[in-house]
Design a protein around this ligand. Structure first.
Ligand SMILES: NC(=O)c1ccc[n+]([C@@H]2O[C@H](COP(=O)([O-])OP(=O)(O)OC[C@H]3O[C@@H](n4cnc5c(N)ncnc54)[C@H](OP(=O)(O)O)[C@@H]3O)[C@@H](O)[C@H]2O)c1
Length: 273
């Protein structure tokens, strides 16, 4: 049976995941975050101590199926926040099968595996909550991060299917769709672009990096997303999706109202493609 007090967040040592484990602890959960190393566990412990809350950590790479099963069966969480992810920047022509597979393993297969493992415990406990951290790029699309967007679009589709499948068991499935927030994901994007030196798409990558560097000072703090995740995890009647940030809300409208030919022309112009 799921333990109604346990909330498990994946990728908890940084950015939105770190803010989320703190937020869920403040909301009274036994908040547990997954990390990929002892030093990262220590970083979480320090952040929790600074915030005056208690957070536990478990060692887990979400692409390890046995590790996921061990963690979920041991903790039997009533709330699972599937947050672990990374930027997966790259033109389709630059990303090989292995890189694409890794992105899907981390941001699509892993969240669904965690849900599949947690569901029987949640059902036994009379209900539960699965919060999947998607992105505005689960709705909108732009060039040069196609695999990231494919992962988030897949996560959206799977979450929609799961929401109806799990509803009869009292399990609510919620998508959180942030715009741009100041986290480690942008440093990861810089490293990915460095690895693609010499690509014919390099000028486009440079423009993306310039854009994100300029945008970072005005980006929101991850705590803002964490508060929305906290609400999604506790509201009696949570919404199916929460767009977080003015940029996400604006982009969602642009995506709906702008003809594809216009969007293509603008993104080619902006990225020099
Ligand atoms: N920041 C934004 O603007 C933004 C916008 C929309 C959506 N999101 C989504 O928010 C989520 C969190 O990202 P963030 O912005 O907070 O980035 P972040 O600061 O880089 O944090 C990402 C976290 O995911 C973990 N992670 C990555 N791959 C993992 C794996 N295979 N197993 C376990 N943990 C793994 C990282 O662990 P390591 O430190 O060990 O790598 C890290 O803890 C992602 O799903 C991202 O797509 C972010």
């Amino acid at each position: 049976m799921a333990d109604s007090k346990v909330a498990l967040t994946t990728g908890a040592n940084s950015g939105i995941g770190l803010a989320t484990v703190l937020e869920l602890a403040r909301r009274g959960f036994r908040s547990v975050g997954s990390v990929r190393g002892e030093a990262k566990a220590e970083a979480v412990a320090k952040a929790a101590a600074d915030a005056g809350v208690q957070v536990e950590t478990v060692l887990l790479d979400v692409t390890d199926p046995e590790g996921c099963a061990e963690v979920v069966d041991r903790l039997r969480p009533a709330v699972v926040v599937n947050n672990a992810g990374y930027s997966a920047t790259g033109a389709i022509e630059d990303v090989d099968d292995e890189e694409a597979r890794q992105a899907f393993e981390t941001m699509v297969l892993a969240p669904m595996r965690m849900a599949r493992l947690a569901l029987p415990h949640m059902r036994q406990g009379g209900g539960g909550r699965i919060v999947n951290v998607s992105s505005i790029y689960g709705i909108a699309t732009t060039p040069l991060t196609g695999w990231y967007q494919a992962c988030k679009h897949a996560l959206e589709a799977l979450s929609d299917a799961l929401r109806a499948e799990a509803a009869g068991s009292g399990v609510k499935v919620v998508l959180v769709e942030p715009g741009g927030f100041r986290t480690g994901i942008w440093e990861e994007a810089e490293r990915e672009v460095q690895r693609r030196a010499g690509s014919r798409y390099e000028p486009g990558y440079r423009r993306i990096l310039t854009g994100t560097r300029l945008a970072q000072p005005v980006m929101g703090e991850p705590a803002q997303v964490a508060r929305v995740i906290g609400r999604a995890a506790t509201a009696r009647l949570p919404r199916a999706r929460y767009l977080v940030g003015y940029d996400a809300q604006a982009l969602a409208v642009v995506q709906r109202l702008t003809p594809t030919a216009v969007k293509d022309r603008v993104s080619r112009l902006v990225l020099g493609l």
